[in-house]
Design a protein around this ligand. Structure first.
Ligand SMILES: [Zn+2]
Length: 182
């Protein structure tokens, strides 16, 4: 923990700015333990021995300075937390994407009786990067209804299924451009 505090503060006394090895560094409690301060990183700060014992240029009793330091530490903790939140959010987005593909796959299966293969799923994933989910859903519906013909041999039915899936991107594109033109 001591080492973590020193590392975070770049081995620099946060009160006077002097660095190891010019000074002996200690870990100081911003809110003293006697006043309910704990050992969280947020409450710990790197101080040289002089500053920690009240002999430094900035006295530890200077409340304003201490509050400023603590605000900076809280900022740092916020930034780290926000970064973690962003990482989690991106992971969540990827999960949402999979769920959306699953949904469109089941929609297509419902209308056509045919299951998307891995290539089809990848196509849907590409459309979802470019177009909103609702648009891809309605385009998938239109493509199946309009272009999928199952009243023929297996070979041609499969061809027409693949063709219909291939039309989804174009339908999305046309709908988007119509909207922009309107
Ligand atoms: Zn110092």
């Amino acid at each position: 923990m001591r080492f973590e505090v020193f590392k975070r503060d770049k081995f620099t006394c946060q009160y006077c700015g002097r660095m190891s090895p010019d000074v002996i560094l200690e870990v100081d409690h911003i809110t003293p333990v006697s006043k309910g301060g704990n050992n969280d990183m947020i409450n710990l700060i790197t101080s040289c021995r002089d500053c920690n014992r009240g002999k430094g240029k900035t006295r530890l009793s200077d409340d304003q300075e201490i509050k400023k330091q603590q605000a900076q530490l809280l900022d740092l903790a916020d930034k780290k937390e926000q970064l973690q939140m962003m990482v989690d959010w991106k992971k969540e987005l990827l999960n949402i994407r999979e769920t959306q593909i699953d949904y469109i796959e089941s929609l297509i299966l419902q209308i056509s009786g045919y299951q998307l293969n891995e290539n089809g799923r990848q196509d849907i994933a590409k459309y979802l990067i470019k177009y909103p989910f609702e648009l891809v859903c309605s385009a998938a519906e239109i493509a199946i209804v309009k272009y999928f013909n199952k009243n023929q041999s297996d070979y041609w039915t499969e061809r027409s299924f693949a063709d219909a899936i291939g039309k989804i991107g174009g339908i999305c594109y046309n709908k988007t451009n119509k909207r922009e033109g309107a």
